[in-house]
Design a protein around this ligand. Structure first.
Ligand SMILES: NC(=O)c1ccc[n+]([C@@H]2O[C@H](COP(=O)([O-])OP(=O)(O)OC[C@H]3O[C@@H](n4cnc5c(N)ncnc54)[C@H](OP(=O)(O)O)[C@@H]3O)[C@@H](O)[C@H]2O)c1
Length: 323
């Protein structure tokens, strides 16, 4: 029997692990074979994962097209699709924020067409648009909902104040923030608020973009976007990889891999209902599936947090810069 939770006030019934498709954005991750992605999505589905996360921006529509291929032979009601809207794309590849109603409607219709579906289950504002009045954004989301083009909506990459402001105008029932055991800033404000208000939280980058998977030795050099991230460089990278590896005996105690221990511990926070894992190939999703339903003792949960407390105890700003 597959594990399902009711995701905040959206009413959507989802697996606590969501399959992330950002890896299909070559700009960040380099070219990934489509066959690997499709195989991993199918294995995810066959192993109880029904929640899939994508975005208009991932590979400028490529990820959604691949999601459409995956969906082609699936019973539609057995898969929950989350996607996002935000950018206005110029023909030269540049982009700028645009959540104006006409633009959101046009993107939504294109996204539905790309994925070959009638309804997006969960539609998120990818980021905060400073220019569009909040009432206008909420207005188009409500219209799309009334028309059956989306089922529920929410926000991503919003501060607590931005979320509260949005909720004065519309039923934003889900959030998608950055969160991992080494990036815990939202524990201070967003998570308590979401827990109290029954807002579904789906955390992205729970393995800190691969840093917490336990596979690194500290000597690796990255050729993708991670070569620009401070946590993947030099001495700091070495300290993180050592800290993760120091948890090996604890993972062994539960018969889990390091990746699974950290994912299971991340999901223990009562306000984190879902972790979105970034997947390139089938072995990775099999490992993620093995973390579902695992219970870590309270004292061990805090031991994991403590071991990973490097530079400011897991606090950093939204761009991943330590305070
Ligand atoms: N809303 C937003 O703005 C936003 C931003 C970022 C992400 N997201 C969503 O959240 C998802 C997850 O974020 P993320 O990609 O940063 O997640 P992550 O799960 O923290 O890291 C994913 C990376 O870890 C490595 N990995 C995955 N499984 C592994 C395993 N079992 N063993 C060893 N290495 C493994 C892979 O990279 P390598 O194989 O190269 O090491 C993979 O690309 C994305 O796909 C996307 O859907 C949303």
């Amino acid at each position: 029997m597959s594990e399902r939770i009711v995701f905040g006030a959206t009413g959507l019934k989802v697996s606590p692990i969501c399959f992330g498709t950002w890896q299909l954005s070559p700009r960040f991750w380099g070219e990934q074979p489509k066959t690997d992605a499709l195989e991993a999505m199918n294995v995810a589905f066959d192993n109880g994962i029904n929640f899939f996360d994508t975005a208009d921006a991932y590979g400028d529509g490529y990820a959604e097209t691949v999601v459409g291929e995956f969906l082609a032979d699936k019973p539609r009601e057995q898969v929950v699709i989350c996607t996002k809207v935000f950018n206005h794309f110029n023909p030269d590849g540049s982009r700028y924020p645009d959540l104006s109603p006409d633009h959101v409607r046009q993107r939504c219709e294109l996204q539905l067409q790309r994925m070959g579906i009638e309804t997006i289950d969960l539609y998120l504002l990818h980021l905060f648009d400073p220019l569009t009045p909040l009432a206008d954004v909420a207005g188009v989301m409500e219209d799309l909902k009334r028309e059956g083009k989306i089922r529920a909506y929410g926000v991503s990459n919003h501060t607590l104040e931005q979320l509260r402001a949005q909720r004065r105008f519309g039923a934003y029932d889900a959030v998608q923030p950055l969160y991992s055991l080494v990036a815990r800033d939202i524990e201070r404000d967003l998570l308590p608020y979401c827990g109290a208000e029954n807002i579904g939280v789906m955390a992205y980058s729970p393995l800190h973009k691969g840093l917490l998977t336990g596979k690194y030795t500290g000597d690796e050099r990255f050729t993708d976007f991670r070569r620009y991230l401070p946590d993947f460089q030099g001495e700091r990278f070495g300290r993180y990889t050592q800290a993760v590896r120091s948890l090996k005996p604890l993972a062994g105690k539960y018969g889990l891999s390091l990746y699974q221990l950290i994912l299971a511990a991340t999901l223990m926070h009562p306000a984190i209902q879902v972790a979105i894992v970034g997947i390139k190939k089938v072995g990775q999703i099999r490992e993620a599936v093995g973390a579902m339903g695992q219970n870590i003792a309270r004292e061990d949960y805090f031991a994991v947090r403590k071991a990973l407390e490097i530079d400011g105890g897991g606090l950093q700003d939204a761009r991943g810069v330590r305070k």
